[in-house]
Design a protein around this ligand. Structure first.
Ligand code: ATP
Length: 216
């Protein structure tokens, strides 16, 4: 079973997240994408991050009716800092050896990956898919990852993937990049500007009804 894990703050989830998940699902023939809102993201300033219960509720509203998308509250339930290695291990433990994981992230998140907990072991636990903008110039792995991680990869040009000694892979894939961010949405709400079409209508309604982000 091929599953995509898409972690994030989702403060709030938006069409950029949803579209990239959809394109990666199709490209890698994934059975499902699981959106996993973090409790406390280790690499972000906590200021302005609304409660996990609001963030997962918005994820659930955004994916409602799509059988290919689901959510997990595993990081929220674990509370404290949300480390991806622990989340990946949780899914592996729950589903056993049938599970093939693809951990999805944008380039902006990948750039910081050397600061992630157990970065050296991450790539032997899951495949990784880094979404990139069309026309983006390929970065060198050694500019981002520590030497003892880079040396475990070899590049396969036919399949355009970096193969790890664990036999799992690291992929960089162009997606339709929608220039939308959660921070841009929060700023627009604060300035009382329209956020229509940047995120699903149901999520916009939820934000309005609950009066969130007005003072963030
Ligand atoms: P913020 O603006 O608050 O920093 P964000 O919009 O970057 O938030 P996150 O929840 O931090 O959203 O991102 C979760 C994941 O989604 C990250 O891997 C990030 O790279 C990716 N991502 C964010 N925005 C987009 C987008 N427009 N298209 C594709 N991927 C995105």
């Amino acid at each position: 079973m091929r599953i995509g894990l898409f972690g994030g703050t989702f403060n709030p989830i938006h069409t950029g997240h949803l579209r990239s998940a959809e394109e990666i699902r199709e490209l890698f023939e994934l059975k499902r994408i699981v959106f996993i809102p973090s409790a406390i993201p280790p690499h972000k300033d906590e200021m302005g991050i609304i409660s996990p219960s609001h963030r997962i509720e918005m994820v659930n509203l955004a994916i409602e009716g799509n059988p290919d998308f689901s959510s997990s509250d595993i990081e929220i339930k674990r509370s404290g800092k949300s480390y991806s290695i622990e989340t990946i291990n949780h899914f592996k433990m729950m589903h056993g050896s049938d599970l093939v994981l693809f951990f999805i992230m944008g380039m902006d998140a990948f750039i910081d990956i050397s600061t992630w907990k157990d970065c050296v072991y991450l790539f032997s636990c899951s495949n990784f898919v880094v979404t990139t903008r069309p026309g983006y110039h390929r970065i060198k792995l050694e500019d981002i990852l520590p030497f003892d991680v880079v040396r475990d990869f070899s590049y396969n040009p036919e399949e355009d993937r970096f193969i790890h000694t664990s036999n799992l892979s690291l992929y960089f894939r162009d997606i339709t990049h929608l220039d939308i961010s959660s921070s841009m949405i929060r700023k627009r709400i604060k300035e009382e500007l329209s956020i229509r079409y940047l995120l699903p209508e149901r999520v916009i309604e939820y934000i309005k009804v609950n009066g969130i982000y007005k003072d963030s």
